[in-house]
Design a protein around this ligand. Structure first.
Ligand SMILES: Cc1cc2nc3c(=O)[nH]c(=O)nc-3n(C[C@H](O)[C@H](O)[C@H](O)COP(=O)(O)O)c2cc1C
Ligand code: SF4
Ligand code: SF4
Length: 430
């Protein structure tokens, strides 16, 4: 409970809410990258503050030191998604990528050809930096975290934009566009075939200390898992994946390859599809063609309800039912031949280390107990969707609700993730 005087203080000084979080982009306060700093987290009046505290408890996502209200992002559509488009949908979006905007001469020329030849819409502007400043100013009073989807052909072009616009925006590299003039200019899909150049752009942006997202189309790079690792090594924070027809199995492969914040994209127009993505490793989903008010508000309401009831909005499936590496949180002791064994081998974790890691992570937490359960501790127990009277009896006697149990399992999975992806591979070759 937050004491009432705190809200009174905030009502008096609503623009002064300072909190210490370990990074500019985190899941539940656990750093995915950068350094400790004091930051203004809630530059809003008190009722909005309460709303955002609820959202942080529910989803635990911070981007650019700001709470993400809902794990729904608006994906860019050139010539369509600008700040006005975002403001019309702000109630049900947590993050939005405006653009794509062309930021150098080769991509601006390519955009003109795209419009002339294909009749497609583009944002054709003479001074992209000034245009972006105008657009970003319109985000001032909204909780939606701004992102800009950029088409450029050199690391210097991206760095120049970051120098002008600063660190309160997410810089998304468009490695997705498949329009032939854009690819010929050396951006969009070109980067998926030329990962060294993509990594050079990531590094140039990170040198400006900004948050970097890479928008990719699955199935174009030689190996999407290696691409994810390369982006991680180069310093990217977010991977925004258009899954095309590949579906959840592809997403799981990428989840199992890197610790980046993952946004799953393509035809997320039902709650079933949203949950499918979240249960295979996505932290957020994004919508472009289906981002109408009805779909967005339906998804937002459904995921909020799910999080409030279940406790873990993007809980994975159990490992033996196709879950990703986070599902180790629900796995038991390695005592039988089941998918746990090859998973531990793949991540290079000896069985004894796995046992010690889980026991260590739950020590002095309510998950430590559970003498009546199969392996003597709730650390080894299954998801609440698998019925079990022994686990449920233990929860009851320890006064833990199923929702709290799932929250604790979520924390355990964060510890597992930080152990599995503890060492960033050396940035030698990408
Ligand atoms: C008209 C149109 C323009 C698009 N422009 C961009 C763009 O500039 N940059 C980008 O990364 N993706 C762009 N996309 C791709 C979308 O962001 C999204 O990845 C794709 O439409 C699949 O998601 P959806 O099923 O939610 O539409 C565009 C898509 C459409 C339909
Ligand atoms: S340890 Fe249990 S939950 Fe994990 S894969 Fe094996 S049988 Fe499934
Ligand atoms: S006690 Fe129940 S929930 Fe726990 S490991 Fe055994 S079967 Fe799974």
């Amino acid at each position: 409970m937050i004491p009432g005087f705190f809200f009174h203080f905030l009502a008096t000084f609503p623009f002064l809410t300072l909190m210490k979080f370990p990074s500019h982009i985190t899941r539940r306060g656990r750093s995915l990258c950068a350094p400790d700093e004091w930051k203004v987290l809630f530059p809003f009046p008190v009722n909005r503050y309460e709303l955002m505290m609820d959202a942080f408890g529910r989803f635990g996502l911070l981007i650019n030191d700001r709470v993400v209200k809902t794990p729904i992002a608006l994906a860019s559509m050139a010539g369509v998604v600008d700040a006005a488009y975002v403001l019309e949908r702000q109630e049900n979006a947590g993050l939005a990528f405006i653009g794509g905007y062309c930021i150098d001469a080769p991509t601006m020329d390519a955009a003109k050809i795209v419009v002339a030849d294909g009749g497609r819409r583009e944002f054709l502007v003479d001074n992209p930096v000034e245009e972006l400043k105008t657009q970003l100013a319109m985000f001032k009073d909204t909780h939606v975290i701004p992102g800009i989807n950029l088409r450029g052909t050199t690391p210097a072009a991206f760095a120049a934009v970051a120098k002008e616009l600063g660190d309160s925006v997410v810089y998304e590299i468009d490695a997705h566009c498949r329009q032939p003039p854009m690819i010929a200019a050396g951006c969009g899909e070109y980067y998926l075939k030329n990962p060294r150049e993509l990594c050079a752009v990531i590094r140039a942006l990170k040198a400006e200390e900004v948050t970097v997202s890479v928008k990719i189309r699955a199935g174009i790079a030689q190996d999407d898992r290696q691409l994810a690792i390369d982006c991680w090594k180069a310093g990217a924070d977010i991977l925004h994946i258009d899954l095309m027809d590949f579906g959840a199995a592809k997403l799981r492969q990428i989840r199992n390859s890197c610790p980046l914040l993952l946004i799953a994209n393509n035809t997320i127009n039902t709650f079933d599809r949203m949950r499918e993505m979240l249960s295979h490793g996505a932290d957020m989903v994004s919508l472009a063609r289906h981002a109408d008010e009805r779909t967005l508000s339906g998804l937002d309401a459904a995921i909020t309800r799910y999080a409030d009831e279940d406790g873990w909005y993007n809980s994975p499936k159990q490992l033996c039912r196709g879950g990703d590496v986070r599902a180790l949180t629900f796995c038991c002791m390695p005592v039988k031949e089941c998918p746990l064994i090859p998973t531990l081998a793949r991540i290079g974790m000896p069985r004894e280390d796995y046992i010690q890691m889980k026991l260590g992570a739950v020590r002095d937490t309510p998950l430590e107990g559970g003498k009546q359960t199969c392996f003597g501790s709730l650390a080894w127990c299954c998801k609440t969707s698998s019925p079990c009277m022994f686990r449920d009896m233990t929860l009851k006697t320890s006064g833990l609700s199923k929702k709290e149990y799932m929250r604790l399992k979520r924390d355990l999975s964060d510890t597992i993730m930080s152990r599995v992806f503890h060492d960033v591979p050396p940035d030698d070759q990408c």
